[in-house]
Design a protein around this ligand. Structure first.
Ligand SMILES: [Fe+2]
Ligand SMILES: [Fe+2]
Length: 294
């Protein structure tokens, strides 16, 4: 428990996060950094970037709701304090991605309307399955749903986006790298805290396995909705043909995303996340359930 206490204490969080990698940032990036003109001046790219960012806000609002809701369900004080730090991390993620929507030209008064318009219904369903467990104060299922499934997904999505934006959008890449560091801590907590609880309550297993399969299905459906029929790639191809400029490498999981079709990227992402789930769930004693493929 002593390792657990020091790794997930508020003191550790203060030193590594606000006094560490977030020092001298403004909404997660260096002060004064802006979204690139190529996005702001191109209606297709701007709209699709808004659409993508809305999914991040939806996911982070769910994480905020889940991590704060789990504080009162936690069986021990150290977990409550960790979840308090996580709650602030998630609130910050909601804030930085919301700020990005404003930076992309969304008017403050239109925020909720834009979110409602672009939120992918399958992502909303994914969130609802988790929040139902949190509402029932089911700590074990809630932590698996939040810190293993939702954050395992978020972690891989952010890493892919980071690879795709590193060259072209240093502002957003910096925001993502801070968020990735936070998610890494959250995923670690899920794995470390929950293994012993699963052993204590083996009767919870089958319900958690069902939750994982259902959340995984809606996650894959969300990936399908965002990669298929996405006009962004065609617009980037058109711009590249027009200007003769080419994206340099976007290295992720040993492949170069810059050379892939959206469908190929969808498969790389889905396979990466599902492989991670299998590994992490195996470590906490949960048997991974293969979801249907949408
Ligand atoms: Fe988050
Ligand atoms: Fe998180």
């Amino acid at each position: 428990m002593s390792d657990f206490l020091s790794m997930y204490s508020i003191q550790y969080w203060l030193e590594s996060c606000p006094q560490g990698y977030l020092m001298n940032t403004e909404f997660g990036h260096a002060p004064g950094e802006k979204e690139p003109d190529v996005i702001l001046d191109n209606e297709v790219l701007r709209t699709e970037t808004i659409r993508t960012t809305v999914q991040l806000v939806v996911g982070e609002r769910c994480a905020l709701s889940a991590s704060s809701g789990l504080i009162n369900a936690a069986p021990d004080e150290a977990s409550k304090r960790f979840l308090a730090t996580q709650t602030l991390d998630e609130a910050r993620h909601v804030e930085v991605f919301t700020q990005r929507l404003y930076d992309l030209g969304v008017k403050k008064g239109d925020l909720e309307g834009v979110i409602a318009q672009y939120a992918i219904p399958n992502l909303v369903k994914f969130a609802e399955i988790l929040l139902e467990k949190v509402d029932k104060k089911d700590f074990v299922a809630g932590v698996v749903g939040q810190n293993v499934i939702l954050e395992g997904m978020a972690f891989s999505v952010f890493e892919m986006m980071h690879a795709l934006t590193l060259d072209m959008n240093p502002k957003f890449a910096r925001t993502l790298s801070g968020t990735i560091a936070d998610e890494r801590r959250h995923v670690g907590f899920g794995e470390n805290r929950i293994g012993s609880l699963i052993r204590e309550f083996p009767e919870k297993r089958s319900e958690i396995e069902r939750m994982q399969r259902d959340m995984s299905y809606f996650m894959l459906a969300t990936f399908a909705d965002s990669f298929r029929r996405n006009p962004m790639q065609a617009e980037i191809d058109r711009l590249e043909a027009e200007t003769g400029m080419h994206r340099s490498k976007a290295q992720y999981q040993g492949v170069n995303l810059a050379e892939m079709t959206p469908e190929e990227m969808e498969h790389v992402l889905a396979d990466t996340v599902l492989k991670e789930f299998k590994l992490r769930l195996g470590r906490i004693g949960i048997e991974y359930q293969t979801p249907r493929r949408p």
